[in-house]
Design a protein around this ligand. Structure first.
Ligand SMILES: [Zn+2]
Length: 227
């Protein structure tokens, strides 16, 4: 079940204090009507009763899709690889095979929801995104392009699309990728990143993680050559 509460907040525009509705826990399996407004931010926005300003509330949100077996714990600004919440581990101990992810921002939360709802695996997606971002960086003559997310998955054309935000203006640029790259990333994950699949708690599968897996995979290939 979802958890809906009231929280005292203050308006960033006029400083008026008021009670806003917050959703610390969203279960889209038991409350499917929350899925759409969660995905387009409507659920997390509030309007100041005094000046009418609309703003996004920043607080930790646990997003749970039991049917598709994933949970995303969005903790704004969180900068760590893993988090074990004993209370949550116990509560969901009978539910096996759930992918648990951390997300430091709304955009990351939404990307993870999109990936898992599309039936994709976020680990190879993150590696694919890293490779594709290198192509985009080359195209724009930049050292690297870090801000990007999966925005399209087409089963018919077997392709993925990533939207990257370029430069200071954060201009969106869409780069598609063949599913073969994703397939290659799937085998990289199964060769060198199996321990992450066994980990307890929530983990952060992001660009830094993908860089680390590519490093491990190169080392793995070198060792394989030697033997
Ligand atoms: Zn206000």
């Amino acid at each position: 079940m979802s958890n809906i509460m009231q929280k005292r907040v203050s308006c960033p525009n006029c400083n008026e204090e008021f009670d806003a509705k917050i959703y610390p826990s969203i279960n889209v399996t038991t409350d499917p009507q929350l899925r759409e407004p969660a995905f387009d931010d409507r659920l997390f926005k509030t309007r100041c009763p005094s000046c009418g300003q609309e703003f996004l509330l920043n607080y930790p949100i646990l997003y749970n899709n039991m049917k598709k077996r994933f949970m995303i714990y969005m903790i704004p600004g969180l900068d760590r690889f893993s988090l074990i919440d004993e209370g949550l581990e116990e509560k969901y101990s009978t539910v096996g095979n759930v992918r648990k992810r951390l997300a430091p921002t709304y955009n990351r939360l939404k990307e993870k929801v999109f990936i898992f709802e599309s039936g994709l695996d976020d680990m190879p997606v993150e590696i694919t995104k890293l490779y594709v971002s290198e192509l985009v960086a080359k195209k724009y003559n930049l050292q690297k392009v870090e801000d990007g997310y999966l925005s399209m998955y087409n089963r018919e054309t077997n392709s993925l699309g990533f939207t990257f935000l370029i430069g200071e203006e954060q201009k969106p640029y869409v780069q598609s990728a063949r599913l073969e790259i994703y397939g290659k990333a799937v085998s990289m994950v199964s060769e060198v990143a199996q321990q992450e699949r066994q980990m307890r708690g929530f983990i952060n599968i992001d660009r830094e993680w993908a860089e680390n897996v590519i490093f491990r995979y190169k080392r793995f290939l070198k060792q394989k050559k030697k033997t």
